[in-house]
Design a protein around this ligand. Structure first.
Ligand SMILES: [Zn+2]
Length: 104
């Protein structure tokens, strides 16, 4: 908003160039190993309490891919212009409760 121009980014799926403020961003945290293999690895590992690393990926999608992958749904023509659909920041429930307990 009020920027005139934003840096283009590539779509994670099809590599199309999309303006950064238009692309659909998705942050995914996944285990490196799937749940079924995790059991087998746990059985043979030497170290106790070893945490299997996770992959942290920031994915950006073009509109076509985001709709195709059902990350977003098609909206009315006017509604499509709203690029930031994220909810306003709200502290986590535990943090909120802790803060209230500290002030009370
Ligand atoms: Zn794409």
């Amino acid at each position: 908003m009020n920027q005139g121009h934003t840096r283009p980014v590539n779509c994670s799926n099809c590599n199309r160039m999309v303006p950064k403020d238009k692309c659909i961003k998705k942050f995914t945290v996944r285990d490196m190993i799937d749940a079924s293999s995790k059991e087998d690895i746990k059985a043979v590992q030497i170290y106790d309490g070893f945490i299997i690393p996770k992959t942290y990926n920031k994915l950006t999608y073009c509109i076509s891919c985001a709709i195709h992958a059902r990350i977003v749904r098609s909206r009315a023509r006017e509604d499509r212009k709203i690029r930031n659909t994220r909810k306003p920041f709200e502290p986590r429930k535990e943090d909120k409760e802790a803060k209230e307990a500290a002030t009370a």
